[in-house]
Design a protein around this ligand. Structure first.
Ligand SMILES: C[S@@+](CC[C@H](N)C(=O)[O-])C[C@H]1O[C@@H](n2cnc3c(N)ncnc32)[C@H](O)[C@@H]1O
Length: 246
């Protein structure tokens, strides 16, 4: 995605929703494969210790929860709200993977667009988002500020995003040049570039870009790391971002 491109989240959301509605039941079958991977086990560990760290029952928001792949990884959760654009994914999340191991007391699933939804301030102790930022879903200062507002003081944020390193070198260089020149282009050329991205723009990021976004957000600081993902379902590089509300 070109930096400074103005995205119509409603329109892009409709395309994302359509693409996931077709694959929802396959996605649920893939949950069974994905949870056996080293990559998933590491993320399970992170979410497990993050949710245990409060030492009391907590409230959690899973943004882009899909079929609820991570529900069973959470500890000590009183209230979990899972939001997703796609009703079909949410329907399947009613019976998530390793359902018998899900210890959450109350789960509420809502069909919402992460960029457009709002919650009252200080609603959650933990907000996490796995696999949502990338396809048509950019990490922005605005969404990070929303996460900050929705967290209680001392609350924790964890999300992943697609690292630009996932792309082959030639494509990466082309995208870098495009990002650098985008703001200087006339409107018509900008529109042409945006159209070439298709209905769901690919929203990759470098570690430095994500750090810059987090610095510009109300979080101010964050820990960002890059991880190669060796899953039979997806091979690429993920950025992982952890931050807390002071
Ligand atoms: C790759 S799946 C990941 C699902 C789940 N978090 C997991 O890790 O298995 C991405 C999910 O994010 C949802 N999604 C994408 N953009 C979204 C947005 N703007 N708001 C809410 N959900 C979104 C999609 O509908 C899809 O279910």
């Amino acid at each position: 995605m070109s930096e400074n491109a103005v995205l119509d989240y409603t329109e892009i959301g409709a395309s994302i929703k359509a693409s996931y509605s077709i694959v929802a039941s396959k996605y649920r079958r893939d949950d069974e494969i994905e949870i056996t991977t080293e990559h998933h086990r590491r993320l399970k560990g992170i979410l497990g210790s993050m949710t245990s760290s409060f030492g009391r029952p907590i409230s959690v928001l899973d943004v882009g929860c899909g079929t609820g792949r991570y529900f069973y990884c959470l500890n000590n959760v009183e209230q979990l709200i899972g939001i997703d654009l796609c009703e079909e994914m949410l329907k399947i999340a009613e019976n998530p993977v390793r359902q018998k191991e899900v210890s959450v007391k109350n789960i509420e699933l809502r069909c919402e667009n992460a960029h457009l939804v709002s919650f009252p301030p200080q609603s959650f102790d933990v907000i996490y988002s796995m696999g949502m930022f990338g396809n048509g879903c950019p990490v922005t200062v605005e969404i990070c500020n929303k996460f900050h507002d929705w967290l209680k003081p001392g609350g924790k944020l964890f999300f992943d995003a697609v690292d630009v390193a996932t792309l082959p070198t030639a494509k990466r260089i082309r995208r870098k040049i495009r990002k650098a020149i985008y703001q200087f282009l006339p409107q018509r050329a900008k529109r042409a570039l945006d159209e070439r991205e298709g209905s769901v723009p690919f929203c990759d990021l470098s570690k430095r870009e994500l750090e810059r976004i987090m610095r510009a957000s109300r979080f101010g600081t964050a820990s960002v790391s890059s991880h190669v993902c060796q899953s039979p379902l997806w091979q690429g590089v993920h950025l992982e971002c952890a931050a807390s509300k002071g």
